[in-house]
Design a protein around this ligand. Sequence first.
Ligand SMILES: [Zn+2]
Ligand SMILES: [Zn+2]
Length: 185
Amino acid sequence: MRIQCDCGSFQADLTGFPRNSPGRLACYCNDCQAYLEKLGRKDLLDAYGGTEVIPVYPSEFVIASGKEHLRCNRLSRKGLNRWSATCCNSPIANTKANFPWVGILHNAYRAADPQALDRLGPIRSRIMGKYAKGKPPFEIAERINFKAMMSVLPFLLKGKLFGKSKPNPFFKEDGTTPISEPKLL
Ligand SMILES: [Zn+2]
Ligand SMILES: [Zn+2]
């Protein structure tokens, strides 16, 4: 499976997809909303302020081109690393050092293949509903409920067990320094 930024300058291959992915998830938290607003990409939020993310393991994320376009954004000094492609201002993925998780945003799948996500079926879990806007017609956990935990826990445990957090193309050799200087939004 290949993902890319809107313009296609940045591309990456997902070598374990869809086998090694917990599938489609959506987060309605303050930070995810603030990030896309500050990036100027509110158009990628759903009608209730949700950000759809489809995670893969870091060791199964292989950059094919455009690595130089990746920028690390943060909402606070020690915040989550939220990567975007500067060529066309596309958000790509969220990462944390030493964590078996690259949370790729939905637009990166759709830019490469408009039907990529339809083939995965519906969104499996939605979290942080306390920040959702309006009256969503579907169930969103207030914060993180048991169902949401169970949709990602097996993925995280397997990732830890099989060392899937390394190598991580978003970090330098030490595994904790982002490959581009974090920019505070
Ligand atoms: Zn681009
Ligand atoms: Zn969030």
